[in-house]
Design a protein around this ligand. Structure first.
Ligand SMILES: [Zn+2]
Length: 566
C-alpha cells in the first residue's frame, strides 16, 4: 500500500470525547470515527487490525473443530420468549418493531438462535458433538456507552456454541475452547490471564474470563503467585476464614454520634479502628429491600450477594427506596431490624462492633452477632490483595484487566427451556448439554492498545499490526531514494510482508510521527547519507532499537528483523 493512497486521517490533538488511551489513539491514528454514541465506523487501518484478529480467531476456531456460519442480527421476540429471556434481559436489549408491530431485537447474543437451529436440524447422538460459531456485530443498548470500542452499543464479537450429549462431553468441548482461546491471545501477542468468573445473566455452571492485563482495565482480578489460581474479584475466594475473635463480650452502649454519617466519621469520633465497625448497605432485590452488613474496612461484593439472593433485579437502593423502607440513613444497624438482613462472616465472627442505632444521631458499641442481632450469614465482602490463596495458601496479588473473552458451561439451561433434545442409542430423548464461548474482537483491539503504547502512539504486537513494515524515503523528490524505496517495497510485497510505503510529500519528521502514532512494528528509513554507504536504516517501534542494514539485502534483513520482533 502506498501511503498517498491510504485513507487514514490522523489527528494531532487528543479528541475531547475520548477518555481512555485506546480510544484516543484509535481516533488520532485515523482508525475509527464515531457515527453515534457507542456506534463507530472502522477506517481502513482499524479494519486491517480487526481483520487480522478475526483471522487468528477463525484459524484457531476451525482448528478446534468449530464450524463457521452466520446468524441474522435481527431476532424475533418469540425465540427469546421461548427461553424466558425476553422479559428479563432488561433495557440493554435493543428492541425494534417491524411494520406489522411485531417485536424483534438486534441480537445481543445468539444462544436462542443457535439452539433453535440445532433443535430442528440435529436429532441423533451420532451428530454430536457440534460446535458452531460466527463473527458478527452484536447490539447492547448501553445506558452510558463510553471508552470507544470497550463499551459500545454495536460491537464485533466471535460467538461460538457447543452442543454435547452429556457433561463429560461438554468438558471436552469446553477445554478445546479454553485451549483455543489461549492460543488466540498468545498469537495476538497479548499478556493475559484466564480467570475464574461469574456466570452472570447467561447462567450456567462454570466459566472463565480471559483478561488482558492493563492498568486501565475495568475488571479487578486476583491471582496467586504460587499456583495457577486466578479469579475475577467478583468470584474470588480467600484461604483465610473469619476466625471468631477471642475478646470477652462487653455491654452494649448507645452513644451520641452527631453528624457522623460515614464509617470514617464514626470511627474517628469514637476513636475506633474501622475494623471494629460495620457498615450497612441498602439494596433492592427484586423490589424487596435488603440490608447487608460488612466490616467497616471492607467492600461489598454485589455479585456474591445477588447470587446468594438469587435476585434477577439487584441494585443499590435510591433515596426514595430508603424512605419507603423507613430506615434512618447514616445510622442503620442490624439490632431490632425489621428488613431482611444479611451478615458477612467477618461481622458474625468479630466481637464488640460498632453499628448504627437505627436512630438519628446515635450508634451502638459492643454489639455481637448471636447476642444482639441475627441475620443470614454468608461471604459477602470483596477478597483483597494480600489475602491467602484458597487453593495453596500462597499470597494473592491484585491486577486490573480487560475482559476480551469468556467461556461458559451453559449446561441444559437453554435446551430444557426451549425443549431442544437429541435421541440417544436407546431412542430416548435427552436435552443437549451446551457451552458458549465469546471473544470481543474490537475489545481485543482496544485492549492490545491499552497494553501496548507509549507517548508517541500505538505499539502494535506484530501479529495484529495493520502493516508490518513502513518504508520512509526522507524525500519523495529524490529519485535515488524513491527507486531504492520502491525496489524494497516490491521485494517485501513479493514475500507476503504487509508493507506501507510513505510516498507522501511531507517532511521526514511528519512521516516519522505518523509511523510511530500508527504503531507499525518496523520502520525502514531511506536517506542519502546511508545510501552513500550502501545502507538503509531500520528502527523497531517497540524497543527503539535502530541500525543500518545493507540496501542490497534489505528484504532479507527485514524478514529477519520481523521474525525476531515480539
Ligand atoms: Zn495458590
Amino acid at each position: 500500500m502506498k501511503y498517498s493512497q491510504l485513507f487514514a486521517p490522523t489527528l494531532r490533538e487528543v479528541p475531547a470525547e475520548a477518555e481512555i488511551v485506546s480510544h484516543q489513539l484509535m481516533l488520532r491514528a485515523g482508525m475509527m470515527r464515531k457515527v453515534a454514541s457507542g456506534v463507530y465506523s472502522y477506517l481502513p487501518l482499524g479494519w486491517r487490525v480487526i481483520e487480522k484478529i478475526s483471522g487468528i480467531v477463525r484459524e484457531e476456531m476451525n482448528a478446534a473443530g468449530a464450524q463457521e456460519l452466520m446468524f441474522p442480527i435481527v431476532q424475533p421476540a418469540e425465540l427469546w420468549q421461548s427461553s424466558g429471556r425476553w422479559d428479563v434481559y432488561g433495557d440493554e436489549m435493543w428492541r425494534v418493531k417491524d411494520r406489522h408491530g411485531r417485536d424483534f431485537c438486534l441480537g445481543p447474543t445468539h444462544e436462542e438462535v443457535a439452539t433453535s437451529l440445532v433443535m430442528s436440524e440435529v436429532s441423533s447422538y451420532k451428530q454430536l458433538p457440534l460446535m458452531i460459531y460466527q463473527i458478527q456485530n452484536k447490539y447492547r443498548d448501553e445506558r452510558r456507552p463510553r471508552f470507544g470500542l470497550m463499551r459500545g452499543r454495536e460491537f464485533i464479537m466471535k460467538d461460538c456454541y457447543s452442543f454435547d450429549r452429556d457433561d463429560d462431553a461438554l468438558d471436552i468441548s469446553y477445554h478445546k475452547m479454553y485451549d483455543a482461546y489461549a492460543k488466540i491471545f498468545d498469537r495476538c501477542g497479548l499478556d493475559y490471564r484466564p480467570v475464574r468468573a461469574d456466570n452472570g445473566a447467561i447462567g450456567g455452571s462454570s466459566s472463565h474470563e480471559f483478561m488482558v492485563l492493563a492498568d486501565n482495565g475495568e475488571a479487578e482480578i486476583l491471582y496467586c503467585g504460587h499456583c495457577d489460581y486466578a479469579a475475577n474479584v467478583e468470584v474470588a475466594e480467600s484461604g483465610q476464614s473469619a476466625a471468631a475473635e477471642a475478646e470477652d463480650l462487653r455491654e452494649v452502649e448507645k452513644v451520641l454520634t452527631p453528624d457522623c454519617r460515614t464509617i470514617e466519621d464514626v470511627a474517628a469520633y469514637l476513636k475506633l479502628d474501622t475494623k471494629k465497625t460495620m457498615k450497612a448497605l441498602f439494596y433492592m432485590a427484586d423490589e424487596t429491600p435488603v440490608l447487608i452488613f460488612i466490616r467497616g474496612d471492607r467492600r461489598l461484593n454485589e455479585v456474591k450477594v445477588q447470587n446468594f439472593l438469587g435476585a434477577r433485579l439487584f441494585y443499590m437502593g435510591t433515596d426514595a427506596d430508603l424512605a419507603a423502607a423507613g430506615v434512618v440513613q447514616g445510622f442503620i444497624g442490624p439490632c431490632g431490624q425489621k428488613l431482611r438482613v444479611l451478615i458477612d462472616e467477618e461481622v458474625a465472627s468479630a466481637r464488640n462492633l460498632c453499628c448504627g442505632a437505627n436512630e438519628e444521631g446515635y450508634h451502638l458499641v459492643n454489639v455481637n452477632y448471636g447476642r444482639d442481632f441475627e441475620g443470614e450469614r454468608g461471604f459477602f465482602r470483596m477478597v483483597e490483595a494480600g489475602e491467602t490463596c484458597p487453593v495453596c495458601g500462597g499470597t494473592l496479588t491484585g491486577a486490573r484487566g480487560i475482559e476480551v473473552g469468556q467461556v461458559f458451561k451453559l449446561g441444559k439451561k437453554y435446551s430444557v427451556a426451549m425443549g431442544a433434545a437429541y435421541l440417544d442409542e436407546n431412542g430416548k430423548a435427552n436435552p443437549f448439554v451446551m457451552g458458549c464461548y465469546g471473544i470481543g474482537v474490537g475489545r481485543t483491539m482496544a485492549a492490545a492498545i491499552e497494553q501496548n503504547y507509549d507517548e508517541n502512539g500505538i505499539v502494535w504486537p506484530k501479529a495484529i499490526a495493520p502493516f508490518h513494515v513502513i518504508i520512509v524515503p526522507v524525500s519523495e523528490k529524490s529519485e535515488r531514494q524513491m527507486s531504492a524505496a520502491n525496489e524494497l517495497y516490491t521485494a517485501l510485497k513479493d514475500r507476503g510482508v504487509d508493507v506501507l510505503l510513505d510516498d507522501r510529500a511531507e517532511r521526514a519528521g511528519v512521516k516519522f510521527k505518523d509511523a510511530d502514532l500508527i504503531g507499525i512494528p518496523l520502520r525502514i528509513t531511506i536517506g542519502d547519507k546511508s545510501l552513500d554507504k550502501g545502507m538503509v536504516e531500520y528502527k523497531l517501534r517497540k524497543t527503539g532499537e535502530s541500525g543500518l542494514i545493507p540496501a542490497e539485502t534489505a528484504a532479507d534483513e527485514v524478514a529477519r528483523l520481523l521474525d525476531a520482533a515480539d
